[in-house]
Design a protein around this ligand. Structure first.
Ligand code: HEM
Length: 373
């Protein structure tokens, strides 16, 4: 969609998209406008309707408001303060050796022809999230399947009639929280159920839903999209093999280039303006991170995949403000360790077939990426 987005940025950066089936929305494609909206939650609410593109009914359900993605300050500030403690650079840094071990274990099982998505990109974040949550290994497959269904509802390969992934994940989270309350461990859930300002049972259940989806689907597609970018730009792969100091800037360039999350939504709380365009109260506003990440006004040569790009003010983790991705440190660490391990163990990795794309207007993702090692 990069050509269409470039056209919009130039000609209609805040574009009204009429939607015959719904109320229509403003499509925001410039970097400056995406960051402006993200940083003014008092004008652009995540709570009034939902931060997701679609809602199941006109009104946001009370249950959905338990997810911090759908909260505004001050409620959001309070929830975020509790969960932040588990995601500081220090707390996340402690996972580095575990992540390296998981990467090595995954690569041990790959030789000859393989599918980069199923064999590497998908299991890595899943193992890491389960580890973080303290979910037992035998529950991984279920967590994985539920989070896939939740995201893939628009994709005919993944959408399944009668599947209730949201309820299953939620109930799983509630059970996990109850188990940790009884038998505390060293994990994030234990930290969230004990201590002064602990989250309620329902909030915890929904937090597990949020983490399972936000932590799995995004990182997986950053990893596979990053690998695909290297296949398309072999000189960048050779550059990495020759200079591992590029691992510092590589994760952010992958997230900019791939933009695994295409867009999130806000709702205007009052009549206002975005980039000079008048917006009415209650109008839907969609922030196209994919478009903002190729904005010529924010990046030198935005159409070039440059793993040494620095500075890199991309909005792949959000445009700043209170909802900035909670898992950004973790995602960067996973990407760094994964490509470090790949460079070390599979320097000759190559593409062995056409990738298969996920059908979604929310997540830019690959379902399959054939490789040869
Ligand atoms: C929020 C992207 C990995 C947890 C977000 C947002 C984006 C995003 C665009 C919304 C920001 C906004 O509205 O301003 C990504 C990408 C990832 C990634 C591209 C991987 C490359 C992760 C991981 C976790 C995570 C690994 C958790 C383990 C969250 C949570 C929120 C969030 C909980 C909601 C934060 C809030 O509402 O305060 N992410 N994410 N993400 N992300 Fe990530």
């Amino acid at each position: 969609p990069h050509e269409q987005f470039a056209w919009l940025r130039r000609n209609a950066p805040v574009y009204w998209h009429p939607d015959p089936g719904g109320p229509g929305f403003w499509a925001v494609t410039r970097h400056a406008d995406v960051t402006h909206v993200s940083r003014h939650p008092e004008l652009f609410s995540s709570h009034r309707r939902s931060s997701l593109l679609y809602e199941r009914s006109g009104e946001l359900l009370e249950r959905d408001r338990l997810i911090m993605l759908n909260q505004d300050p001050p409620r959001h500030t309070a929830t975020r303060a509790v969960v932040n403690r588990g995601f500081t650079p220090r707390a996340i840094g402690r996972l580095e050796d575990r992540i390296r071990k998981i990467c090595h274990d995954l690569l041990d099982r790959v030789s000859g022809e393989a599918d980069f998505v199923a064999d590497i990109a998908a299991p890595l974040p899943l193992h890491v999230i389960c580890e973080l949550l303290g979910a037992p290994a035998e529950d991984r497959e279920s967590i994985f399947a539920w989070s896939n269904h939740l995201i893939g509802f628009e994709d005919p390969d993944l959408a399944r009639k009668g599947a209730e992934p949201l309820r299953n994940l939620y109930e799983y989270g509630v059970r996990l929280a109850a188990a940790r309350r009884e038998r505390p461990g060293e994990d994030l859930v234990t930290r969230l159920v004990t201590g002064g300002e602990a989250l309620s049972e329902a909030e915890l259940g929904m937090f597990v839903v949020l983490l399972a989806v936000a932590g799995n689907e995004t990182t997986r597609n950053a990893a596979s999209g990053g690998m695909l970018a290297f296949f398309a730009h072999p000189a960048e792969w050779r550059r990495l093999l020759a200079d591992r100091s590029l691992l510092r800037t590589l994760p952010d360039e992958i997230v900019r280039w791939v933009s695994p999350v295409i867009a999130f939504r806000r709702t205007a709380t009052a009549a206002t303006e975005i980039g000079g365009q008048r917006i009415a109260e209650n109008d839907k506003v969609i922030l196209y991170y994919t478009a903002a990440n190729r904005d010529e006004d924010a990046f030198d040569r935005p159409g070039v995949f440059d793993i040494g790009r620095d500075p890199n003010p991309h909005v792949g983790f959000g445009g700043g403000g209170p909802h900035f991705c909670l898992g950004a440190h973790l995602a960067r660490l996973e990407l760094k360790v994964l490509f470090e391990t790949l460079a070390e163990r599979m320097p000759g990795i190559e593409q062995a077939g056409e990738p298969r794309w996920l059908r979604s207007n929310f997540i830019s993702g690959l379902k399959r990426l054939p490789i040869r090692t």
